[in-house]
Design a protein. Structure first.
Lengths: 304, 332
């Protein structure tokens, strides 16, 4: 996989074109300390914006509840010193919430704020090592410039020169907001400073193996080598997707095409699904055994 | 019959139970944190994780079953997050931070600290000289909101008033102010750090601005013969607060410098290394600002004599310097 990728990259550079990756390919390699590459999906810009928005809504809700509670307490006691003490608590509380909300959630084992968790995102160390508390602190201190500074400019009022300065400041700080769009790992400045990145939390189920050769053989659907050599790995994967999706029309169409292609002369009363399952198992067996001998057949055009 | 099966099919059948076991343990850990797991289960996870990783490597080379490889990738990633996730026992982490990490981070920033200090001092002196020459300069350095009635138009009597008098509502009013200033200064300090990324320039501007404000205030009070008193009023918390701001500037510079001159590393690597070290120093800066806020809100109201104020200022400065720069053994 990675060899293929780097070859493509070289070809891309030779042609003077920048296509180290296919469009829409947002998988990144993350090599664990054991040396295995876990391919991870990078969290997209939109997903991260939504996550941030959710977090802000939570913060805002918390702030309103907190303020109401403080007001209520001040009103109930009617003592001025209580009111003043509460103002102190309120100011400190706002500061703590603003600066530590993200930090506290991201040093948990889940490494994600509630907003991120809702979007299925989490923070990881970009070098594959352990995510440290220092890194989490650094990425969140940077949030000050990236989020709160543009917000500050947005709400700042100014006339004449002040207005122009505010506008310039807004443009300048706006660069930070769209910064993640300009690197392939969608890292914002804080991620760069802390050496972290935000990825999708993978969660896939183990689905039944489609290749049950024993049953296929029992049903009398056996294929010759010539018939199995009609396709390569790419077609096998498409076939797997079709079978797993289970769309009847697609299955019928694919079965018809394969029967024509391999000139199927076995029993014609086998249902399409059973036929495809059997062909899948046969093809996979053929490709895998050839792979063991060092021949990986990319697709049907890859003939030796 | 087994010979009829594919190699990849048998491979999966042999190992599936272990994968399932790892999945169950991870689900349990996700729900209630590591505390929910028993001792044996905790020890089991790294083993199962390595097994799954090796399964993944094998599956990639022998199996063409996409869903199997996808599943193993996601299983390994989840286990990896658990095994290599952030491990933070808060008390231990805090102790380590105060005993070693913070002073070490500050020590590592000594060059930047000197640069940032020099900038602030030069700005202070320049602003002081300018305002002493011509009082109108005051308005260029300080906006009316910050001055809150302390400008060249104010009478000497009123200025003296601001140095010693308690406000009408006594200590509460001031503690309010202290917490406001704490939050405000902490925000400025974090800015100075975060803006360092833009090749140091905005941080330098902030340092100069802060120094200039200080100089202008001092010049105003000095012009009324209140220089010594204003010094005490300012320095009782100022040695801590200004030190903190100088350090945050230094943290910002170190990142900007790493971005501009990464040396042999890549720009991103250099920035992230500097960023992590600087962030440690910054966490400490917030603590310093908290101390400064307490001194400003309470200490200044309780201590009304100039010499006592200077004494506290000096003690704090000596304390910080000793704490940061006293030579100590490297942490294990």
């Amino acid at each position: 996989m990675s060899v293929q990728g780097s070859v493509q990259g070289v070809v891309g550079r030779i042609r003077g074109l920048k296509f180290n990756r296919a469009p829409g390919d947002d998988w990144r390699e993350l090599v664990t300390p054991e040396g295995v590459d876990l391919r991870l999906k990078v969290g997209s810009f939109v997903e991260r914006c939504v996550a941030l928005l959710l977090d802000f809504l939570i913060l805002l809700g918390g702030l309103i509840a907190f303020s109401l509670a403080a007001l209520l307490a001040a009103w109930a006691t009617k003592a001025t010193w209580v009111g003043e003490a509460l103002t102190v608590v309120w100011l400190l509380g706002v500061f703590v919430i603003r600066n530590f909300y993200f930090l506290i959630f991201e040093i948990q084992p889940q490494a994600a704020t509630p907003g991120k968790r809702a979007m299925g995102l989490r923070v990881v160390a970009a070098d594959g090592g352990r995510l440290t508390a220092d890194a989490v602190f650094a990425r969140n201190a940077m949030r000050e410039v990236e989020v709160f500074l543009p917000l500050g400019f947005l709400f700042a009022q100014g006339q004449g020169v002040d207005g122009a300065l505010t506008a310039l400041g807004a443009i300048w700080s706006g660069v930070f907001v769209i910064f993640p769009l300009f690197n392939r790992d969608r890292r914002r400045l804080g991620d760069l400073a802390a050496g972290t990145m935000v990825v999708k939390t993978p969660k896939k189920l183990l689905r039944p193996d489609l290749a049950d050769t024993e049953r296929a053989a029992a049903q009398g659907t056996a294929f010759t080598h010539a018939q199995l050599d009609a396709y390569g790995v790419k077609e096998l994967h498409v076939l797997e997707e079709v079978l797993r999706a289970g769309d009847r029309k697609a299955i019928a169409e694919v079965a018809r095409r394969i029967r024509t292609k391999i000139a199927w002369d076995g029993p014609t009363d086998v249902p399409d699904r059973t036929f495809l399952n059997a062909y899948y198992a046969g093809l996979r067996g053929r490709l895998e055994s050839r792979m063991l001998f060092g021949r990986r057949r990319k697709d049907k055009f890859d003939v030796d | 019959m087994a010979e009829l099966h594919l190699k990849s099919w048998r491979f999966r059948a042999e190992r599936e139970a272990d994968w399932r076991r790892l999945e169950t343990l991870l689900a349990k850990a996700d729900k209630g944190g590591a505390a929910k797991l028993g001792r044996d289960e905790i020890l089991e996870i790294p083993l199962l994780y390595r097994q799954a990783l090796s399964s993944l490597s094998v599956a990639r080379s022998i199996s063409l079953d996409q869903s199997l490889v996808g599943y193993l990738e996601s299983l390994c990633a989840r286990a990896y997050f658990f095994v290599y996730g952030a491990r933070t026992r808060l008390p231990e982490r805090l102790a380590r931070f105060f005993r070693h990490d913070w002073p070490a981070a500050v020590q590592a920033l000594w060059r930047e600290t000197l640069a940032s200090l020099a900038m602030s001092v030069v700005a202070t002196v320049v602003a002081y000289v300018l305002v002493r020459r011509d009082g109108d300069w005051f308005y260029s350095f300080i906006d009316p909101g910050t001055a809150s009635g302390r400008d060249p138009m104010t009478s000497t009597q009123a200025l003296r008033h601001t140095l010693y008098d308690k406000p009408q509502t006594a200590a509460q009013g001031l503690s309010e102010l202290a917490s406001f200033l704490f939050a405000h200064n902490a925000q400025i300090a974090i800015f100075a750090f975060a803006l360092g990324f833009a090749l140091c320039l905005p941080t330098a501007a902030l340092m100069v601005l802060n120094g200039a404000m200080l100089g202008a205030f001092l010049a105003l009070f000095a012009s009324r013969g209140l220089g010594f008193e204003a010094g005490g009023w300012l320095m009782i918390h100022g040695t801590t607060e200004l030190f903190a701001i100088v350090l945050s500037g230094a943290a910002g510079f170190s990142i900007g410098w790493a971005v501009a001159f990464p040396g042999e590393r890549s720009r991103v690597d250099a920035a992230s290394e500097a960023g992590r070290r600087a962030a440690t120093a910054m966490a400490g800066v917030v603590v310093m600002l908290f101390v400064a806020g307490v001194l400003e809100g309470f200490g200044r109201q309780l201590i009304q004599r100039d010499l006592a104020r200077y004494g506290v200022a000096l003690a704090m400065l000596t304390g910080w310097l000793t704490y940061f720069y006293w030579p100590r053994k490297a942490a294990p």
